[in-house]
Design a binder for this molecule. Structure first.
Ligand code: KG4
Ligand code: ZN
Length: 341
């Protein structure tokens, strides 16, 4: 049994999770989102400073929640990329210091892989192989996960905006606030999903040939902007619901095509956008119809957290992956191919 402490600071959440193999013991999050809201997006410098200020307290609280002390920890995991460089460096420095002081192994892990790894907590289902739909504020991709610690194939990705970014941009244009995902999700509840026929990016047959598993949300963004300009008395809830439907429809259709083509009848949906209520609902319906086993982490573990980082560290240990060197650097643009540093 390995007790792993995971640190996440890639964006605006200072988060620490503690897991014992697959068991979640603590998950503490301090968010600086309110400091960024008035700017309509995360301000990197402000986020880094907030991480520095929150780090000690968040670690202390996580240890308290898990009823363990630092001496009990067997390994430290930390998000080493992708993300905001200054923010990542606060986490990597803290984790390196802890690993050095405690004389325990350090695992620099990929934030994207960690989003998927969190699905393994508190359940003992076999996850691999699986198709994974990874949808967050900075990334949207369809992956074939043969082994999350060692063998992940990118089948497709967004060619412009990420899904979460599209939610954030549309919410900003509509004056709904930041981050956009949760507010659009809420607005959409009372709106008509088919009220406005917004385009589904890269789904025409000519596009599908070249981009079967890629996404594009820029055309949708333009269509929504144009609609808002041309319809002064638009109903916010209808725009939110119809926009949301256009996004989740494409995400799920392409993921299920990837399942079919690869002969893998399991789909994991992860990342902040996986918290979306309509995405969760529609994925459940369509996976049932297609006889694909669907796994989506609990809503609270979809957006950034430390438990996912600890889960990824724990998975690396169980797969016999070598620890990282103390002194690893953070990589703001790391690809999913780099799972462990
Ligand atoms: O994974 P995450 O917490 O951070 C990144 O790694 O980017 O994802 C944040 C993104 C934001 O764009 C946010 O608007 C979106 O996830 N998001 C949602 C919902 N909750 C968060 N998008 C749609 N519906 C939601 N309920
Ligand atoms: Zn994330």
């Amino acid at each position: 049994m390995a007790l792993v402490l995971g640190i996440e600071t890639s964006c605006d959440e200072t988060a620490v999770g503690i897991v014992n193999e697959r068991k979640l013991l603590a998950n503490v999050i301090s968010s600086s989102v309110e400091q960024h809201a008035r700017f309509g997006g995360v301000v990197p410098e402000v986020a880094s400073r907030a991480h520095l200020e929150a780090m000690q307290q968040v670690i202390k609280q996580a240890l308290k929640d898990a009823s363990v002390t630092l001496k009990d920890i067997d390994a430290i995991a930390v998000t080493a990329g992708p993300g905001l460089i200054g923010a990542l460096l606060v986490g990597v420095s803290s984790a390196s210091g802890l690993a050095l002081a405690l004389d325990k192994p350090l695992y620099g892990v990929n934030h994207l892989s960690a989003h998927i790894a969190v699905d393994q907590l508190d359940n003992d289902v076999v996850m691999q192989p699986t198709i994974a739909l990874l949808v967050s504020g900075g990334h949207s991709s369809i992956l074939q996960v043969n082994n999350l610690a060692k063998d992940v194939i990118v089948k497709g990705a967004t060619i412009d905006d990420a899904a979460g970014e599209a939610f954030d941009k549309i919410a900003r244009i509509m004056g709904l606030g930041f981050p956009g995902g949760p507010v659009i999700d809420k607005q959409a509840v009372s709106g008509g999903r088919d009220a406005i026929n917004f385009p589904r990016g890269l789904t025409q047959s000519t596009d599908l040939e070249k981009h079967p598993y890629d996404f594009s949300f820029s055309g949708l963004k333009t269509a929504v902007s144009r609609y808002l300009q041309q319809t002064p008395n638009y109903k916010k809830s209808d725009v939110a619901a119809s926009f949301q439907e256009a996004v989740v429809d494409v995400l799920i259709s392409k993921s299920l095509s990837a399942c079919k083509e690869s002969g893998i009848d399991r789909l994991v949906i992860a990342g902040g956008v996986a918290a979306n209520s309509r995405l969760r609902e529609l994925a459940k319906q369509r996976c049932e119809l297609s006889k694909v086993e669907l796994r989506i982490p609990p809503i609270g573990l979809c957006t950034d957290n430390g438990a996912m980082v600890a889960a990824m560290g724990s998975l690396a240990i169980s797969q016999g992956v070598a620890p990282s060197q103390i002194g690893i650097s953070a990589d703001s643009a790391a690809s999913i191919a780099q799972v462990i540093w």
